[in-house]
Every structure is written in C-alpha cells, then in structure tokens.
Design a protein around this ligand. Structure first.
Ligand code: GLN
Length: 196
C-alpha cells in the first residue's frame, strides 16, 4: 500500500541512499536533501548515520542549518539514526567544539557510548511499538541515550542503556535500521508521520 507522503533524506554525508531505498521500497516518494530548496514539499525529514561532526560542519556550509531548524521547530516529523540521532538531540556529550544539534527531541546522548568501530555489534532488540519479534539492530560507533525528558518515550534498551526513543513527531535510534532488510522501523516512522 503506497504511502502518500514525501520523505526528505538529509544527503550531506553517511548512509542516506539506504534510507531513500528503504522508503521507496515502502512505496513512498523519497528525495535527497542537500540544499534549502530541497526541503520544499517534504512531509518529514530523515537524518542518517555517518559522522555527526562532519554533518554539523556541512549543515553550515550548505545553508541548511537555519531552514531545517525552523522546519523542525515548527513540528516537521523527523527520524534520526545513529549520527542522525545525535543531530536531533538536545544535549550531546562528547561533542566537538562548535558541534550543532537541533534539539528536536529532549534527550541527552553520549557519542560513541559502546566503543569504537571495532566494537560494532548486532543485537536482537525488542522495540516497544514494533510487532513481529525482535529487530536485528546494527550498532556502529553508536551513541546511547543518557537522559530522556518528560514527553519522550524510551522504546528500546541494550544492557540498561537507551537506544531508541520517540515523541509524537520524532523517532531516533542509536542503531542503523537502514542497513538491514527489515523495514519495520521505517514503517513505524511512517505511522508517526501519518499521525502528525
Ligand atoms: N559516532 C558517530 C558520531 O558521533 C556516529 C556513528 C554512526 O552514525 N554510525 O557521529
């Protein structure tokens, strides 16, 4: 069943093509966002995994920082994975000097909470609100959610650390659902977009 929404995927760096493919496989229009005008007509935005410090710098040079911030604070639904979760957070522990985040969801995140690249792992995760058994989640230099404000639901944990959260309009995961074949987390986000 095609979803009648247009998803904009921030395409400055990282795993953006995989998100575009995932949403297209679900029958949505998905477009790459590199410049302010690419935001026109999008019903939601996705911030992919990659390197949050690099994306933060590219956001400034692309001119996307202000328009994106305005749209997010006006209530544009957003989905952030890994570095994307860091970019949507309110507080970033382990940020570099001048690193930007949008504060679209009231969480404090800790960068690289599970160690470096060599400590990447996969984990069968129970995610609240996602039916059909555990989700095989891929963690690569993943952040964790150290604190979630009121109004934020923590929906998955690994060893007591928060790794996914949502509000009425924003979904974040510390892992990379776009790197596997299972589309349930993307589908869950489309549910949030249609409710919004
Ligand atoms: N550690 C990276 C950062 O801080 C995120 C890693 C990822 O997105 N896989 O941006």
């Amino acid at each position: 069943m095609p979803h009648d929404v247009k998803i904009g995927v921030l395409a400055l760096q990282g795993a953006f093509r995989e998100h575009v493919d995932a949403f297209r496989r679900l029958g949505c229009e998905a477009t790459e966002v590199r410049l302010p005008q690419d935001l026109e007509g999008v019903d939601a935005v996705v911030m992919p995994g990659g390197e949050s410090t690099t994306v933060s710098k590219l956001l400034a040079t692309s001119g996307l920082c202000e328009p994106l911030s305005d749209r997010l604070h006006a209530g544009l639904p957003a989905f952030g994975t890994c570095a994307g979760m860091i970019l949507l957070a309110n507080v970033v522990e382990g940020a570099i000097a001048g690193q930007r985040s949008f504060g679209a969801i009231d969480i404090a995140v800790t960068r690289n909470a599970f160690g470096s690249q060599v400590h990447s792992f996969e984990h069968d995760l129970e995610i609240e609100g996602i039916e059909g058994g555990p989700f095989r989640a891929i963690f690569i230099r993943a952040p964790s959610i150290a604190h979630a404000g009121s109004g934020v639901e923590l929906i998955a944990r690994v060893g007591g650390q928060g790794v996914a959260a949502r509000t009425g309009k924003v979904l974040v995961t510390a892992f990379h659902p776009e790197l596997g074949r299972d589309l349930r987390v993307h589908e869950h986000f489309l549910g949030i977009v249609s409710e919004a």
